[in-house]
Ligand binder design. Structure first.
Ligand SMILES: C[S@@+](CC[C@H](N)C(=O)[O-])C[C@H]1O[C@@H](n2cnc3c(N)ncnc32)[C@H](O)[C@@H]1O
Length: 220
């Protein structure tokens, strides 16, 4: 799949199957940091030393990698579980410039290790970060586990309407702990109504560059 450079200098990939890019053209790292790290991880890290995160869409591994680096910085223990139906190739992940753009060029090997690590297994990648990747369609996924945070990072409702339904968000609600949060770049009105129907309390937050708003939703 083609790779291009977004406005903050970090790469993203174009998903030809869906006709969209994996991240915002205004900045892949900027978007991940704004939506998932600051609005998601930081909120929960304020009062916890151990966090479990479920991500929908492992993709390039950028959210996972940034979460790993932040977990070390904040001295947090993070259990990161990610669902991905269509993994990128090793060749694609080796071409991505995230470690360099995040000023941690010495962590490139760690970034690659996340991609190389086995599926359906808990892999302790460092003292503060473990990764469990599940290769599955979100529609088919089920778990008994309960998470503190959901990073909902599927392609948008325009590209994948089947993933932005009440059924899916009831499933997301069920796999959160009480007080758990879901964060996503999407802020469409219909989507927010769907979240409310699924039981969430919905909060509108300022979006990353190029987007007016994003959404954070809380399990009561
Ligand atoms: C916006 S990208 C995710 C970006 C990723 N979080 C990152 O940090 O690079 C959306 C991802 O969802 C995956 N995906 C698409 N349809 C899916 C489905 N039905 N179930 C699970 N994953 C899906 C895509 O392959 C893609 O990797």
């Amino acid at each position: 799949m083609p790779i291009f450079t977004t406005q903050d200098g970090s790469h993203t990939i174009i998903a030809e199957k869906f006709g969209v890019s994996y991240h915002s053209k205004y900045g892949a790292i900027t978007e991940s940091e704004h939506v998932f790290i600051k609005a998601g991880l930081y909120l929960k890290a304020a009062d916890k030393k151990e966090l479990s995160i479920l991500e929908v869409g492992f993709g390039t591994g950028l959210n996972a990698f940034m979460t790993w680096l932040e977990a070390e910085r904040l001295q947090l223990m993070v259990k990161f579980h990610s669902i991905e139906a269509y993994p990128i190739t090793l060749e694609e992940c080796e071409a991505l410039n995230f470690a360099e753009q995040l000023n941690v060029p010495d962590r490139q090997a760690d970034f690659i290790n996340m991609h190389k690590s086995s599926w359906e297994q808990n892999i302790q990648l460092s003292g503060s970060f473990s990764l469990y990747k599940t290769q599955s369609l979100l529609e088919d996924y089920s778990t008994q586990e309960k998470f503190d945070i959901v990073y909902f990072d599927a392609f948008g409702p325009g590209a994948q309407p089947e993933l932005w339904t009440e059924n899916i968000f009831v499933k997301m609600y069920d796999c959160l702990k009480p007080g758990g949060i879901l964060v996503t770049f999407c802020a469409q009105g219909e989507f927010k109504r769907t979240l409310k129907k699924a039981g969430f309390e919905v909060e509108r937050l300022e979006g990353p560059p190029g987007k007016r708003e994003m959404t954070r939703a809380k399990k009561q």
